[in-house]
Design a protein around this ligand. Structure first.
Ligand code: G6P
Ligand code: MG
Length: 219
């Protein structure tokens, strides 16, 4: 049997931080004098902070100097950090713990593959850091999802061949990145949105141990 590796995205897969990202972007938009809706926030999932800032300014029709751009991006993150500061284990999404325990018990290598530069403190806050053999996040990559760099680097650090890796993702860009990396892509969320995923579940409660065993066996 080929050695398998599992790669988890963070935001929207392990914890629902999308709501805090939304609140922080909405605060900034409102300060800049326009509205930012929850529907528009969908476009921000899996997308780097810098790219989100560019999209937000497009939405507001605002032309920013480089200085303003950088200042607003810092402001958004300071605001976001205030929200995540209050996070604890109660914010881990349903059955994420069960799946991590299942893999850990079988000594399967586990990586985080996230665009976020705040990944490590979030994992610490919710008490899941020790499950991960490696963390690849926005601090380690130069190319954002849908580029496969983040997942390829995670596979390399786990010492597992890319086509033996399984990726859990909630963002369209993340599924595309996993597919490009030749990994098994598992969408967590709405099947209509994540239609490119090889498998899809609304959340981990729908993913039973038989399915996980099938992945390990390479079925
Ligand atoms: C994740 C989220 C995005 C966020 C990005 C960067 O991919 O889904 O919405 O913009 O991480 O997060 P950061 O914590 O570095 O601002
Ligand atoms: Mg995500």
């Amino acid at each position: 049997m080929n050695k398998k590796g599992f790669i988890f995205d963070l935001d929207g897969v392990i914890v629902d931080t999308a709501k805090y990202h939304y609140l922080a972007w909405r605060d900034l938009a409102s300060e800049l004098g326009f509205e930012f809706t929850i529907e528009q926030n969908e476009m921000f999932k899996g997308v780097s902070r810098k790219r989100c800032m560019e999209i937000l300014l497009d939405i507001g029709g605002i032309a920013a100097t480089k200085n303003q751009f950088d200042t607003w991006m810092i402001e958004k993150n300071v605001d976001y950090l205030k929200y995540i500061d209050k996070m604890d284990a109660s914010e881990i999404l349903p059955d994420v713990g069960r799946v991590l325990d299942f893999l850990k018990k079988r000594k399967i290598p586990i990586a985080l593959g996230s665009a976020s530069k705040n990944a490590q403190p979030i994992l610490e806050k919710v008490g899941l850091l020790s499950y991960f053999d490696t963390i690849v996040d926005g601090n380690n990559v130069t190319k954002a999802k849908p580029d496969p760099e983040v997942f390829l680097l995670a596979a390399e650090q786990l010492g597992v061949k890319a086509d033996n890796c399984i990726v859990f993702e909630d963002a369209v860009a993340g599924i595309e990145a996993a597919n490009k990396a030749n990994m098994i892509s598992i969408g967590i969320g709405d099947n209509n949105i994540l239609s490119e995923a090889q498998y899809n579940f609304n959340d981990f409660t729908e993913m039973d141990n038989a399915f996980l065993n099938g992945l390990l066996a390479g079925n």
